[in-house]
Write a protein that binds this ligand. Structure first.
Ligand code: NAD
Length: 430
């Protein structure tokens, strides 16, 4: 059955949700306060890099099931469902900042159709369904919590093939109606109360971050005892109770979700009287991991970063996205600059001189990986872009003044790196 849906916020989650819901046959209007973004979308230009999303948006627009506007007040009047997909960044005290959600609910509340359902897809702490309801000031509108689990880089595929759909509401009819929107997907749909739905999202991200910090800590042990973390992960992963997923060592985790969601979970627990020491440790290990990478680069530069030139390959928080928010590469680059190094970086999604990208002042962005390596004492691989595997390492070795390669993603083949006359240091690799 086709429903009339408004999606508020057309970022990574909102734009993907809007296009995918249109693909499922619903009539969707995407609303954003960013006029540049909306004008671009109206011209068919996507503000983000996301595999398959441009085709899906074009399909929805061409079929007349998807449009975009800045005029949210006019757009919501005939909508049965209003999805909130606005940011919930980390506030000053670690808690999620709900001001975007509150602002959207306050602005749109008076204009919603009777019996419509506000579906909260943003990641929000326990109790937020009540916060949204209070801002809406509407007894005839229901609020449902429907956290999103998509991953940037595979957002479209994740939305259309989810492991599960979680819906939390005290209003059974509204929850069932929301579940119906997803009925054509081949996925378990779980209906629960709002607090459980909201906790499922934070607990899931906290657990994934825990796995990453765990394997980074194991990688440190591997380096100390002469084991190879790749073999350790393979050996662990055969155990069906453990599995191989999310046990890939790296330079530390980041991105637009894990850092803020782990902090928010620590804060939610503390506010409720529980000291989540385990999760604090997970965050602490991650911070140490950035330092461990910086230390490797320092050693590669001969013991000091003062005046050293470091090449960084990759700035996004992972491959297949253009998102730089809380990227480990940016964190490490900032620590290198603070220690007196010069940093030259290449990333396939960052144009040299692109002011709109959140690259720290002092990082010189260039247009190809070889150029980034030129005159570098150390080369650090920070994002697992596939193209880095195929760069001619002999040319890299010739271009560099030093010979150290620090592979923060265990992406390169150590034998090939050494064959090019360079030294190799990965994460947890013997
Ligand atoms: P984003 O920053 O990419 O997009 C948010 C959009 O909302 C922006 O375009 C902004 O202009 C718009 N906006 C802000 N206030 C608005 C308002 N009042 N009306 C209309 N538009 C408004 O954010 P995102 O990464 O899509 O994340 C959105 C939410 O989803 C967050 O709570 C996040 O934690 C959660 N989430 C994100 C991901 C992810 O991978 N990015 C995954 C799952 C959940």
């Amino acid at each position: 059955m086709s429903s009339r849906i408004a999606v508020v916020g057309t970022g990574y989650v909102g734009l993907t949700s809007a296009a995918a819901l249109a693909h499922l046959g619903h009539d969707v209007v995407g609303i954003d306060i960013d006029a540049n973004k909306v004008e671009g979308l109206q011209r068919g230009e996507l503000p983000i890099l996301e595999h398959g999303l441009d085709e899906l948006v074009a399909e929805g627009v061409d079929a007349g099931r998807l449009r975009f506007t800045t005029d949210g007040v006019a757009a919501v009047v005939d909508r049965q469902f209003i999805f909130l997909c606005v940011p919930t960044p980390q506030g000053a005290d670690g808690a999620a900042d709900l001001s975007y959600i509150q602002e959207a609910a306050r602005t749109l509340g008076p204009h919603l159709a009777s019996d419509s359902v506000v579906v909260n897809k943003s990641t929000v702490p326990v109790g937020s369904a009540r916060v949204v309801a209070a801002e809406l000031r509407r007894d005839d509108v229901s609020v449902v919590s429907n956290p999103e689990f998509l991953r940037e880089g595979s957002a479209v595929a994740d939305f259309l093939n989810p492991d599960r759909v979680v819906i939390g509401s005290d209003d059974r009819a509204a929850a069932m109606a929301t579940a119906e929107l997803y009925s054509s997907l081949n996925a378990p749909i779980m209906i629960t109360d709002p607090a459980s739905a909201e906790t499922i999202k934070y607990a899931s991200n906290a657990f994934l971050a825990t796995k990453l910090s765990f394997i980074n800590a194991v990688a440190a042990v591997c380096e100390a005892v002469g084991a190879d973390v790749a073999d350790v992960v393979t050996g662990m992963g055969y155990d069906t109770r453990i599995g191989p997923e999310f046990l890939r060592p790296g330079p530390g985790w980041g991105g637009s979700c894990f850092p803020k969601d782990t902090q928010a979970m620590v804060r939610i627990a503390a506010d409720a009287g529980y000291d989540f020491g385990l999760l604090k440790g997970v965050v602490e290990v991650n911070d140490q991991q950035f330092d461990r990478v910086v230390d490797k680069i320092r050693r590669g530069a001969g013991g000091t970063l003062e005046g050293a030139t470091v090449a960084i390959w990759g700035l996004t928080f992972k491959a297949r996205t253009d998102d730089l928010r809380d990227s480990p590469a940016i964190e490490v680059a900032s620590r290198l600059l603070a220690a007196g190094a010069s940093v030259t970086a290449y990333d396939p999604t960052v144009e040299p001189g692109d002011e709109s990208k959140a690259v720290p002042d002092g990082v010189r962005v260039v247009g190809d990986p070889l150029q980034a390596s030129t005159d570098a004492a150390v080369l650090a691989v920070m994002t697992e872009w596939d193209q880095f595997r195929w760069v001619d390492l002999h040319r890299v070795a010739k271009a560099m003044t030093g010979d150290a390669v620090i592979d923060g993603r265990n992406l390169l083949n150590p034998t090939e790196v050494r064959a090019a006359g360079l030294s190799y240091d990965g994460i947890g690799r013997s």
